[in-house]
Design a protein around this ligand. Sequence first.
Ligand SMILES: [Fe+2]
Ligand SMILES: [Fe+2]
Length: 356
Amino acid sequence: MDDAQAFYKELERNHLVALWNVSANLLPKEPRGRAIPYLWRWDTLLPLVRRGGELAPLSRGAERRVLGFINPGLPTRYGATHTLWAGFQYLLPREVAPAHRHSPAAIRFIIQGDGAFTTVDGDKCVMSRGDLVLTPPWTWHDHGNESDEPMIWLDGLDLPLVAEMEATFYEPFPKDAQRVERPVGDSERRYGLGQLRPTWERSVGPFSPLLNYKWAPTEEALRRLATGSASPYDDVAMEYINPHTGGPLMPTIACWIQLIRRGLRTRAHRHTGSAVYLVFEGRGQSVIDGQRFDWQRGDLFVVPTWAWHEHASADGAEAILFSVHDTPVMQALGLFREQAYPDHDGHQPVSRVFEG
Ligand SMILES: [Fe+2]
Ligand SMILES: [Fe+2]
């Protein structure tokens, strides 16, 4: 063994590293994420979700019937992207998913069904298709289904990010369900119109006090905006906001609702921050890093950090996408960066088509 080899061995033994040997890994020219662009099809998901309903009863210890999306580039990280967990949750009629709380933040976007609820710190939020319900960090929450139909919703959480920060806490509630201590839909009563808020209420934390963003006003806002010009990269995209601040819903999670108008194709861009997209209505396609993903209602796809992406609705059809983003983290830490695709009028050449 020569001197240099002996030196590096000794460094290893002492838990040291020579920066000059690893600096290319530590400081790549640009982000090199391991998460890959991917898509899961509704036609594949729905039968699996239903089978989960037959096989897996809810109980303490198995409190949520959720199929989580695992990014194939991150098989051990339990996330759809490196920062975001996404899953389809399934709740049968008369079932209760027992109350608990945790430091990771969660959102739910209702895909199918009408008449289940989530109680968040004693506030019962009734859920219908297209509603967005928040369970901010460390709020008690249980789900129940008082309807005669199974409910399916998208869960979005910052689980992988909070795990990486080593800040995960969890606590079960002493009973399955919380008592509803306030009028049903209390946060909607106080904040639901969006343009007004009670003068005496103060922000109680860095998250939105509105816990249920109902579909009807959301769709109306989208439609009103669809009559004019919009983002070249996202078309008619709107962010759900915290009525106290006008900022994102939670420090780690932003949610968008987005209309891609009939036959429209956006330009490509890329930015730091990853996102999970649910196709709420319609069909179309996205090109992500040169790969084309054709999607339709119920499909879910991910755009990893710093990946070029552009979206298009199918000819003759509009599309509505709901999405969850980690951009508030990037912005808060001064790491947000965005770049327009420079060539071909802002469109990527398509080198392959995703088959799944
Ligand atoms: Fe939870
Ligand atoms: Fe984007």
